[in-house]
Design a protein around this ligand. Structure first.
Ligand code: SF4
Length: 381
């Protein structure tokens, strides 16, 4: 079972409690980026294009714990950069688990063998290993040969040690449905617990700007992929309604506050994918962000987004409100033929605003003003 029953019940109860309390906007998953430094430089990644002084910064264990306390989300995804480069990553995970947060530690797995002894299996902990396809697809995606083989051997090791292990696959317009289907078959045979899959977000700072999917193409691709699993062999670590949305059968608006993101700059506005500004506190993020300024149809940079960090929260909330619809799709599978759900019109979206350089310049000025060396250097393994 990709999502343990304990987690499904706890998260469902949390969503119901928020509704009963009348909370309009609430977080589901804290996206924690304790560092931006990575030991890979993937073509579709827009997360690590920073000067060294910023890449050398780390959130401390206490800052990470404070972020979890501030936002109160029941799940924590630890991303980055490569989290295993953080010297205290095991302590960060341990402190989150002690708070009974469901922790997903995202990694490219290059350091997993070296660091696995720092972690213990727990119902509150799962590895999420980055794998964008078979050997050829993944190594091309991460721009380095041999990474697929190391990731698969890390998955086998983690399973042998008793951990829950998921994979996280980001798909681009180069994805071939037949090969992705075979890849999903193969990883299920390797013994993973679940698959998290999403189209890539068109990061403005990603080195490869040619291969991001638009929404129509995303839906066609997922229909073609899902068609190839008539016997339902693949276990997805995602809600059935989010996957149905990817297949073009649900008209959803994103829920950017559902996965609030904390990193070196602060609380990122409006979402994990877009850094248009930063709030000092979680309350400031929730109360002072002009949420209506973002989302597909509202903002040019959101036009093609169908990413899980923006839409899974919408699907989970829909599942809790309409459990029979969610259960029906989970039982029957996703419709892969026929008309798609109506698309959001783009004719009234505001144009893109490019603010990345200003944030970097301001951060560099702050770092330059400090007399002591950048604290993050201690965290590099
Ligand atoms: S559509 Fe929503 S989740 Fe996607 S980039 Fe825009 S605000 Fe973020």
């Amino acid at each position: 079972m990709p999502i343990p029953l304990r987690q499904t019940i706890r998260v469902g109860a949390y969503v119901v409690a928020q509704h009963l309390k009348g909370v309009r906007r609430y977080p589901l998953v804290l996206m924690l980026e304790p560092l931006f430094r990575c030991n890979l430089a993937c073509a579709g990644c827009g997360k690590i294009d920073y000067p060294d002084a910023i890449l050398n910064q780390r959130l401390s264990v206490d800052e990470c714990v404070a972020a979890a306390d501030e936002c109160g989300a029941p799940m924590v995804v630890i991303a980055g950069g490569e989290p295993l480069l953080h010297r205290e990553i095991d302590e960060i995970a341990r402190r989150m688990i002690a708070k009974k947060k469901f922790v997903y530690l995202c990694t490219n797995a290059l350091l997993l063998e070296k660091k696995i002894n720092l972690f213990e299996p727990s119902p509150y902990f799962a590895w999420t290993i980055h794998l964008d396809g078979d050997r050829e697809d993944h190594d091309r995606s991460v721009c380095q040969d041999g990474v697929y083989d190391r990731a698969v051997s890390a998955i086998k090791l983690a399973k042998t040690c008793g951990f829950r292990v998921n994979i996280n696959s980001t798909l681009f317009d180069t994805a071939d449905p037949e090969r992705i289907a075979r890849f999903f078959d193969n990883v299920m045979e390797v013994g993973i617990d679940g698959i998290t899959v999403s189209p890539g977000y068109a990061y403005e700072r990603a080195p490869d700007q040619e291969h991001f999917l638009n929404r129509r193409r995303t839906k066609e691709l997922f229909r073609e992929i899902f068609k190839r699993d008539p016997r339902r062999r693949w276990s997805f670590n995602q809600s059935s309604l989010f996957l149905d949305f990817l297949a073009g059968n649900q008209s959803y608006h994103c829920t950017p506050w559902g996965n609030p993101t904390r990193n070196y700059f602060g609380w990122q506005r409006p979402c994990y994918l877009l850094g248009e500004g930063y709030a000092k506190t979680f309350t400031e993020l929730m109360e002072e962000t002009d949420w209506d300024a973002y989302g597909t149809g509202n903002y040019e940079k959101c036009a093609n987004c169908m990413v899980h960090s923006g839409y899974e929260a919408t699907a989970v909330m829909d599942s809790v409100k309409h459990p029979l619809k969610a259960a029906g799709i989970a039982l029957r599978g996703f419709r892969t033929e026929g008309e798609m759900a109506p698309e959001i019109p783009l004719d009234r979206q505001r144009p893109a605003n490019f603010v990345f350089s200003r944030h970097v310049e301001e951060a560099m000025a702050r770092l330059g003003a400090r007399s002591q060396p950048a604290q993050g250097v201690r965290g590099t393994s």
